[in-house]
Write a new protein. Structure first.
Length: 229
């Protein structure tokens, strides 16, 4: 996350990236009705987003996918590569439901996505959750994303990476169950342990593999062969 939310001010600093000014204006009006969200910047292209993110370090970036002058996928990859540990959470906002661009953005490190025709409160809630390190917010969408990753990886069957081997057996099992779409409570029930124990193990696993939220943990699990076919 960026410095605003982490710095204890309680205000989530947001940047809006969309090539349509009317969309940015609508989002700004909507978000600024929330007491804990401040829109600190706007950009109309991916390249402008990279420059602005470097200067302002927002907590969350609402990123359009298809834009002239630099697409959201490339911008997401550049922003996250440049900023490193203090990188903002990228929320891909798109009219395209689960298309190749969205998956590319997720694989590039985005924390989640939401459709432009979502309800206003859904967008506000998504930003709050991403700022808290939660990742993709909609459970039904999460399961669809997981199913698509499973389909894509079915033929590849990669071997486990060195990073995966750093996990304890319990951590690996929890990551596998998370990648299958289970919630913390469901994982706890499956393993006959407390939900707080699940959170502790998952937190340690995420630190070891270098991801910052649950969605990127799922992406990592599929990319590194932790989930069997």
């Amino acid at each position: 996350m960026g410095s605003g939310a982490a710095g204890g001010t309680g205000t989530i600093r947001v940047m809006l990236v969309d090539d349509q000014a009317v969309v940015r204006a609508g989002f700004r009006v909507l978000l600024e009705q929330a007491d804990d969200i401040e829109v600190v910047a706007e950009a109309s292209s991916g390249s402008a987003a990279v420059t602005t993110a470097r200067q302002l370090r927002p907590d969350v970036i609402c990123m359009d996918v298809r834009m002239p002058g630099g697409d959201g996928l490339t911008a997401t990859r550049q922003i996250l590569a440049e900023v490193g540990e203090r990188a903002p959470a990228v929320l891909v906002v798109t009219t395209f439901d689960l298309d190749e661009y969205v998956f590319g953005a997720l694989e590039s490190g985005a924390s989640g996505f939401i459709l432009k025709d979502c309800e206003p409160e859904e967008l506000v809630d998504a930003i709050r959750r991403l700022a808290s390190g939660y990742g993709l917010v909609d459970q039904t969408v999460t399961r669809r994303v997981i199913a698509e990753f499973a389909r894509r990886r079915a033929a590849a069957a990669p071997t486990e990476s060195a990073a995966a081997q750093q996990l304890t057996p319990r951590e690996a099992e929890i990551v596998r169950l998370l990648a299958k779409g289970l919630s913390n409570n469901e994982i706890a029930d499956e393993l006959f342990i407390e939900t707080s124990t699940v959170k502790s193990h998952l937190g340690r696993a995420m630190a070891k593999i270098g991801v910052r939220d649950r969605l990127q943990t799922v992406v990592w699990a599929y990319q590194n062969g932790l989930v069997p076919r």
